[in-house]
Design a protein around this ligand. Structure first.
Ligand SMILES: Cc1cc2nc3c(=O)[nH]c(=O)nc-3n(C[C@H](O)[C@H](O)[C@H](O)COP(=O)(O)O)c2cc1C
Length: 335
Protein backbone atom coordinates (compact mmCIF):
# COMPACT_ATOMS: atom_id res chain seq x y z
CA UNK A 1 0.00 0.00 0.00
CA UNK A 2 1.41 3.43 -0.89
CA UNK A 3 1.62 6.20 1.71
CA UNK A 4 -0.94 8.15 -0.28
CA UNK A 5 -3.48 5.35 -0.11
CA UNK A 6 -2.77 4.91 3.56
CA UNK A 7 -3.50 8.61 4.17
CA UNK A 8 -6.81 8.45 2.36
CA UNK A 9 -7.68 5.42 4.40
CA UNK A 10 -6.87 7.00 7.76
CA UNK A 11 -8.76 10.20 7.08
CA UNK A 12 -11.84 8.10 6.25
CA UNK A 13 -11.29 5.94 9.31
CA UNK A 14 -11.20 9.02 11.53
CA UNK A 15 -14.91 9.67 10.94
CA UNK A 16 -15.18 7.61 14.12
CA UNK A 17 -12.43 6.90 16.62
CA UNK A 18 -12.02 5.37 20.04
CA UNK A 19 -10.20 7.85 22.30
CA UNK A 20 -6.77 7.30 23.86
CA UNK A 21 -7.34 6.20 27.46
CA UNK A 22 -4.50 5.41 29.86
CA UNK A 23 -4.69 1.92 31.32
CA UNK A 24 -7.76 1.18 29.17
CA UNK A 25 -6.93 1.28 25.45
CA UNK A 26 -3.98 -1.09 25.62
CA UNK A 27 -3.29 -3.54 22.81
CA UNK A 28 -5.72 -6.16 24.17
CA UNK A 29 -8.53 -3.63 24.35
CA UNK A 30 -7.82 -2.43 20.83
CA UNK A 31 -7.78 -5.97 19.44
CA UNK A 32 -11.14 -6.57 21.14
CA UNK A 33 -12.61 -3.33 19.77
CA UNK A 34 -11.36 -4.16 16.31
CA UNK A 35 -13.52 -7.30 16.25
CA UNK A 36 -16.60 -5.05 16.30
CA UNK A 37 -15.48 -2.71 13.57
CA UNK A 38 -13.09 -2.96 10.65
CA UNK A 39 -13.03 0.75 9.92
CA UNK A 40 -12.99 2.76 13.17
CA UNK A 41 -9.69 4.44 14.05
CA UNK A 42 -8.21 3.23 17.34
CA UNK A 43 -5.81 5.14 19.57
CA UNK A 44 -3.16 3.85 21.96
CA UNK A 45 -2.84 5.03 25.52
CA UNK A 46 -0.52 8.02 25.77
CA UNK A 47 3.16 7.05 25.60
CA UNK A 48 5.58 9.74 26.68
CA UNK A 49 8.35 10.77 24.33
CA UNK A 50 10.97 10.56 27.12
CA UNK A 51 9.92 6.95 27.83
CA UNK A 52 10.61 6.03 24.22
CA UNK A 53 13.62 8.17 23.48
CA UNK A 54 15.46 8.23 26.80
CA UNK A 55 13.95 5.15 28.44
CA UNK A 56 14.08 2.91 25.38
CA UNK A 57 10.69 1.49 26.39
CA UNK A 58 9.97 0.11 22.93
CA UNK A 59 7.76 -2.66 24.32
CA UNK A 60 5.13 0.09 24.89
CA UNK A 61 4.69 0.16 21.12
CA UNK A 62 3.87 -3.52 20.61
CA UNK A 63 0.61 -4.09 18.78
CA UNK A 64 -1.09 -6.70 16.60
CA UNK A 65 -1.34 -6.15 12.84
CA UNK A 66 -5.12 -6.62 13.13
CA UNK A 67 -5.35 -3.32 15.04
CA UNK A 68 -4.84 -1.16 11.93
CA UNK A 69 -5.83 1.60 11.47
CA UNK A 70 -4.18 2.53 14.76
CA UNK A 71 -2.74 5.82 15.98
CA UNK A 72 0.02 6.28 18.54
CA UNK A 73 -0.56 9.09 21.03
CA UNK A 74 2.57 10.78 22.33
CA UNK A 75 3.02 13.04 25.34
CA UNK A 76 5.82 15.56 25.51
CA UNK A 77 6.83 19.14 24.85
CA UNK A 78 10.36 18.96 23.49
CA UNK A 79 10.28 19.25 19.68
CA UNK A 80 13.43 17.20 19.04
CA UNK A 81 12.44 14.48 21.45
CA UNK A 82 8.90 14.32 20.05
CA UNK A 83 10.29 14.15 16.52
CA UNK A 84 12.46 11.21 17.52
CA UNK A 85 9.55 9.52 19.31
CA UNK A 86 7.35 10.06 16.24
CA UNK A 87 10.02 8.49 14.05
CA UNK A 88 10.21 5.49 16.35
CA UNK A 89 6.40 5.19 16.35
CA UNK A 90 6.11 5.44 12.57
CA UNK A 91 8.88 2.86 12.16
CA UNK A 92 6.94 0.55 14.47
CA UNK A 93 4.07 0.75 11.96
CA UNK A 94 1.59 3.22 13.45
CA UNK A 95 -0.71 4.90 10.93
CA UNK A 96 -0.79 8.27 12.68
CA UNK A 97 1.13 10.08 15.40
CA UNK A 98 -1.03 12.16 17.75
CA UNK A 99 0.17 14.72 20.27
CA UNK A 100 -1.65 14.96 23.59
CA UNK A 101 -2.58 18.56 24.45
CA UNK A 102 -5.63 17.64 26.47
CA UNK A 103 -4.75 15.48 29.43
CA UNK A 104 -4.78 17.35 32.75
CA UNK A 105 -3.31 14.79 35.16
CA UNK A 106 -0.77 15.95 37.76
CA UNK A 107 1.98 13.71 36.54
CA UNK A 108 1.45 14.98 33.05
CA UNK A 109 1.37 18.63 34.17
CA UNK A 110 4.64 18.31 36.06
CA UNK A 111 6.41 17.11 32.92
CA UNK A 112 4.82 19.94 30.92
CA UNK A 113 2.74 17.60 28.83
CA UNK A 114 -0.90 17.61 27.95
CA UNK A 115 -3.49 20.33 28.51
CA UNK A 116 -1.07 22.81 30.11
CA UNK A 117 0.38 23.20 26.61
CA UNK A 118 -2.80 25.04 25.56
CA UNK A 119 -0.99 27.99 27.17
CA UNK A 120 2.03 27.57 24.90
CA UNK A 121 0.68 27.30 21.34
CA UNK A 122 3.95 28.45 19.76
CA UNK A 123 5.80 25.60 21.46
CA UNK A 124 3.12 23.10 20.38
CA UNK A 125 3.43 24.38 16.81
CA UNK A 126 7.21 23.81 16.99
CA UNK A 127 6.56 20.28 18.22
CA UNK A 128 4.15 19.60 15.34
CA UNK A 129 6.57 21.05 12.78
CA UNK A 130 9.37 18.86 14.09
CA UNK A 131 7.18 15.74 14.16
CA UNK A 132 5.85 16.50 10.70
CA UNK A 133 9.38 16.69 9.31
CA UNK A 134 10.28 13.41 10.95
CA UNK A 135 7.50 11.16 9.61
CA UNK A 136 5.42 10.46 6.50
CA UNK A 137 2.29 9.41 8.40
CA UNK A 138 -0.26 11.98 9.56
CA UNK A 139 0.57 14.10 12.59
CA UNK A 140 -2.49 15.12 14.60
CA UNK A 141 -3.23 16.97 17.84
CA UNK A 142 -5.82 16.28 20.52
CA UNK A 143 -6.60 19.40 22.52
CA UNK A 144 -9.15 21.08 24.81
CA UNK A 145 -11.05 24.29 24.07
CA UNK A 146 -8.87 26.07 26.64
CA UNK A 147 -7.59 25.83 30.20
CA UNK A 148 -8.36 27.71 33.41
CA UNK A 149 -9.37 31.32 32.74
CA UNK A 150 -8.52 31.31 29.03
CA UNK A 151 -11.34 32.51 26.78
CA UNK A 152 -12.03 29.61 24.37
CA UNK A 153 -13.63 31.96 21.83
CA UNK A 154 -10.23 33.54 21.19
CA UNK A 155 -7.79 30.87 22.34
CA UNK A 156 -9.22 27.96 20.33
CA UNK A 157 -9.25 29.59 16.87
CA UNK A 158 -5.73 30.92 17.45
CA UNK A 159 -4.56 27.47 18.55
CA UNK A 160 -6.18 25.73 15.59
CA UNK A 161 -4.76 28.23 13.09
CA UNK A 162 -1.26 27.74 14.46
CA UNK A 163 -1.60 23.95 14.31
CA UNK A 164 -2.80 24.09 10.70
CA UNK A 165 0.13 26.38 9.77
CA UNK A 166 2.53 23.96 11.42
CA UNK A 167 1.26 21.14 9.19
CA UNK A 168 -1.03 19.36 11.62
CA UNK A 169 -3.33 17.30 9.42
CA UNK A 170 -6.18 16.70 11.81
CA UNK A 171 -7.29 18.05 15.18
CA UNK A 172 -9.47 16.39 17.75
CA UNK A 173 -11.07 18.84 20.15
CA UNK A 174 -12.33 17.68 23.52
CA UNK A 175 -15.17 20.19 23.74
CA UNK A 176 -14.57 21.35 27.31
CA UNK A 177 -11.93 23.26 29.19
CA UNK A 178 -9.47 21.61 31.53
CA UNK A 179 -9.23 23.31 34.90
CA UNK A 180 -5.66 22.67 35.93
CA UNK A 181 -6.09 23.78 39.54
CA UNK A 182 -8.50 22.11 41.89
CA UNK A 183 -10.05 19.36 39.76
CA UNK A 184 -8.89 15.76 39.50
CA UNK A 185 -8.32 14.29 36.03
CA UNK A 186 -11.61 12.43 36.41
CA UNK A 187 -13.51 15.58 37.40
CA UNK A 188 -11.92 17.34 34.44
CA UNK A 189 -13.69 14.89 32.14
CA UNK A 190 -17.12 15.74 33.58
CA UNK A 191 -17.31 19.08 35.38
CA UNK A 192 -16.16 21.76 32.91
CA UNK A 193 -19.20 22.25 30.66
CA UNK A 194 -19.27 20.90 27.12
CA UNK A 195 -19.39 23.45 24.30
CA UNK A 196 -20.19 21.55 21.09
CA UNK A 197 -21.41 24.75 19.49
CA UNK A 198 -17.96 26.33 19.65
CA UNK A 199 -16.35 23.28 18.03
CA UNK A 200 -19.01 23.20 15.30
CA UNK A 201 -18.31 26.87 14.60
CA UNK A 202 -14.57 26.10 14.39
CA UNK A 203 -15.40 23.58 11.68
CA UNK A 204 -17.19 26.27 9.69
CA UNK A 205 -14.32 28.70 10.19
CA UNK A 206 -11.58 26.19 9.27
CA UNK A 207 -13.56 24.46 6.55
CA UNK A 208 -10.50 22.91 4.88
CA UNK A 209 -9.08 21.40 8.06
CA UNK A 210 -10.12 17.97 9.31
CA UNK A 211 -11.71 18.48 12.73
CA UNK A 212 -13.05 15.83 15.09
CA UNK A 213 -15.13 16.44 18.18
CA UNK A 214 -14.82 14.59 21.48
CA UNK A 215 -16.43 14.64 24.91
CA UNK A 216 -19.65 13.24 26.34
CA UNK A 217 -20.80 11.41 23.21
CA UNK A 218 -22.71 8.35 24.32
CA UNK A 219 -24.35 6.84 21.24
CA UNK A 220 -23.73 6.19 17.59
CA UNK A 221 -26.84 8.24 16.78
CA UNK A 222 -25.28 11.24 18.54
CA UNK A 223 -22.06 10.68 16.60
CA UNK A 224 -23.98 10.61 13.32
CA UNK A 225 -25.83 13.79 14.23
CA UNK A 226 -22.50 15.59 14.81
CA UNK A 227 -21.17 14.32 11.47
CA UNK A 228 -24.39 15.52 9.83
CA UNK A 229 -23.81 18.94 11.40
CA UNK A 230 -20.48 19.19 9.58
CA UNK A 231 -17.85 17.60 11.80
CA UNK A 232 -15.31 15.46 9.93
CA UNK A 233 -14.90 13.03 12.78
CA UNK A 234 -16.24 11.99 16.17
CA UNK A 235 -14.09 10.50 18.92
CA UNK A 236 -15.73 8.46 21.68
CA UNK A 237 -13.98 7.44 24.89
CA UNK A 238 -15.76 6.14 27.94
CA UNK A 239 -18.98 5.04 26.25
CA UNK A 240 -17.03 2.89 23.77
CA UNK A 241 -15.09 1.29 26.60
CA UNK A 242 -18.05 0.59 28.87
CA UNK A 243 -20.49 -0.42 26.12
CA UNK A 244 -18.39 -1.58 23.18
CA UNK A 245 -21.25 -3.46 21.51
CA UNK A 246 -23.62 -0.51 21.82
CA UNK A 247 -21.16 1.94 20.30
CA UNK A 248 -19.01 -0.12 17.96
CA UNK A 249 -21.03 -3.07 16.65
CA UNK A 250 -22.98 -0.96 14.15
CA UNK A 251 -20.13 1.46 13.37
CA UNK A 252 -19.16 -0.07 10.02
CA UNK A 253 -22.65 -0.09 8.46
CA UNK A 254 -23.85 3.15 10.06
CA UNK A 255 -20.79 5.38 9.89
CA UNK A 256 -18.85 4.00 6.93
CA UNK A 257 -21.55 2.23 4.91
CA UNK A 258 -19.52 -0.99 5.00
CA UNK A 259 -19.90 -4.42 6.59
CA UNK A 260 -22.64 -5.65 8.84
CA UNK A 261 -23.51 -5.32 12.52
CA UNK A 262 -21.15 -7.39 14.72
CA UNK A 263 -22.64 -10.00 17.04
CA UNK A 264 -21.26 -9.73 20.62
CA UNK A 265 -21.32 -13.52 21.14
CA UNK A 266 -19.28 -13.96 17.97
CA UNK A 267 -16.87 -11.29 19.23
CA UNK A 268 -16.46 -13.13 22.56
CA UNK A 269 -15.71 -16.36 20.68
CA UNK A 270 -13.32 -14.62 18.31
CA UNK A 271 -11.32 -13.49 21.34
CA UNK A 272 -10.58 -17.11 22.34
CA UNK A 273 -7.69 -17.77 19.89
CA UNK A 274 -6.20 -14.38 20.82
CA UNK A 275 -6.45 -15.30 24.50
CA UNK A 276 -4.81 -18.67 23.88
CA UNK A 277 -1.87 -17.03 22.13
CA UNK A 278 -1.59 -14.45 24.92
CA UNK A 279 -1.52 -17.20 27.57
CA UNK A 280 0.98 -19.25 25.54
CA UNK A 281 3.23 -16.17 25.54
CA UNK A 282 3.12 -16.05 29.34
CA UNK A 283 0.28 -13.54 29.72
CA UNK A 284 -2.64 -13.69 32.16
CA UNK A 285 -6.28 -14.10 31.23
CA UNK A 286 -7.43 -11.12 33.24
CA UNK A 287 -5.17 -8.76 31.26
CA UNK A 288 -7.44 -9.39 28.28
CA UNK A 289 -10.84 -10.09 29.83
CA UNK A 290 -10.83 -6.97 32.04
CA UNK A 291 -11.67 -5.03 28.88
CA UNK A 292 -14.56 -7.35 28.02
CA UNK A 293 -16.71 -6.87 31.13
CA UNK A 294 -19.16 -4.53 29.38
CA UNK A 295 -19.60 -6.74 26.33
CA UNK A 296 -23.18 -7.77 27.10
CA UNK A 297 -24.28 -4.58 28.85
CA UNK A 298 -28.06 -4.47 29.17
CA UNK A 299 -28.56 -8.08 28.04
CA UNK A 300 -29.94 -10.91 30.20
CA UNK A 301 -27.02 -12.77 31.78
CA UNK A 302 -24.72 -9.72 31.64
CA UNK A 303 -24.34 -9.53 35.40
CA UNK A 304 -23.25 -13.15 35.68
CA UNK A 305 -20.83 -12.64 32.76
CA UNK A 306 -19.21 -9.74 34.58
CA UNK A 307 -19.16 -11.56 37.90
CA UNK A 308 -17.58 -14.71 36.51
CA UNK A 309 -14.94 -12.87 34.54
CA UNK A 310 -14.14 -10.58 37.49
CA UNK A 311 -13.82 -13.36 40.04
CA UNK A 312 -12.34 -16.21 37.97
CA UNK A 313 -10.13 -14.60 35.33
CA UNK A 314 -7.56 -13.17 37.81
CA UNK A 315 -6.92 -16.64 39.33
CA UNK A 316 -3.57 -18.26 38.49
CA UNK A 317 -3.89 -20.69 35.59
CA UNK A 318 -7.26 -19.31 34.43
CA UNK A 319 -7.80 -19.92 30.72
CA UNK A 320 -10.35 -19.68 27.90
CA UNK A 321 -12.69 -22.08 29.76
CA UNK A 322 -13.55 -19.14 32.07
CA UNK A 323 -14.83 -17.18 29.08
CA UNK A 324 -16.79 -20.21 27.81
CA UNK A 325 -18.38 -20.64 31.25
CA UNK A 326 -19.22 -16.93 31.51
CA UNK A 327 -20.92 -17.14 28.11
CA UNK A 328 -23.32 -19.85 29.34
CA UNK A 329 -25.77 -17.50 31.08
CA UNK A 330 -25.82 -15.27 27.99
CA UNK A 331 -26.50 -18.20 25.65
CA UNK A 332 -29.13 -19.80 27.86
CA UNK A 333 -31.00 -16.49 28.16
CA UNK A 334 -30.85 -16.05 24.39
CA UNK A 335 -32.17 -19.59 23.72
C1 LIG B 1 -9.41 6.26 32.01
C2 LIG B 1 -9.14 7.39 31.05
C3 LIG B 1 -7.86 7.64 30.62
C4 LIG B 1 -7.60 8.68 29.69
N1 LIG B 1 -6.32 8.82 29.20
C5 LIG B 1 -6.10 9.74 28.21
C6 LIG B 1 -4.84 9.80 27.53
O1 LIG B 1 -3.92 9.03 27.78
N2 LIG B 1 -4.69 10.75 26.57
C7 LIG B 1 -5.70 11.61 26.22
O2 LIG B 1 -5.53 12.44 25.33
N3 LIG B 1 -6.90 11.56 26.84
C8 LIG B 1 -7.13 10.62 27.78
N4 LIG B 1 -8.37 10.51 28.34
C9 LIG B 1 -9.45 11.40 27.86
C10 LIG B 1 -10.21 10.76 26.71
O3 LIG B 1 -9.37 10.54 25.60
C11 LIG B 1 -11.39 11.64 26.27
O4 LIG B 1 -10.90 12.87 25.79
C12 LIG B 1 -12.35 11.92 27.43
O5 LIG B 1 -12.66 10.74 28.14
C13 LIG B 1 -13.66 12.55 26.91
O6 LIG B 1 -14.31 11.70 26.00
P1 LIG B 1 -15.57 10.79 26.45
O7 LIG B 1 -16.55 11.69 27.13
O8 LIG B 1 -16.09 10.22 25.16
O9 LIG B 1 -15.02 9.75 27.39
C14 LIG B 1 -8.65 9.50 29.25
C15 LIG B 1 -9.95 9.25 29.71
C16 LIG B 1 -10.21 8.20 30.58
C17 LIG B 1 -11.63 7.93 31.03
Amino acid sequence: MTEKNKKIEISTASRLSVAPMMDWTDRHCRYFHRLFTRDTLLYTEMVTAPALVRGGALHLLDFSPEEHPVALQLGGSDPDELAEAARIGAAAGYDEINLNVGCPSDRVQSGCFGAVLMEQPALVADCVTAMRKAVEVEVTVKCRIGVDDQDPETVLPDFIARMADAGCERLIVHARKAWLQGLSPKENRDIPPLDYDLVLRMKQRFAGLHLSINGGITSLAQARALLDQGMDGVMIGRAAYHDPAGILSAADPEIYGTGTRADPVAVARAMLPYIETHLANGGRLHQVTRHMLGLFLGRPGARRWRQLLSSEAPKPGAGPEVVEAALEPILSNAA
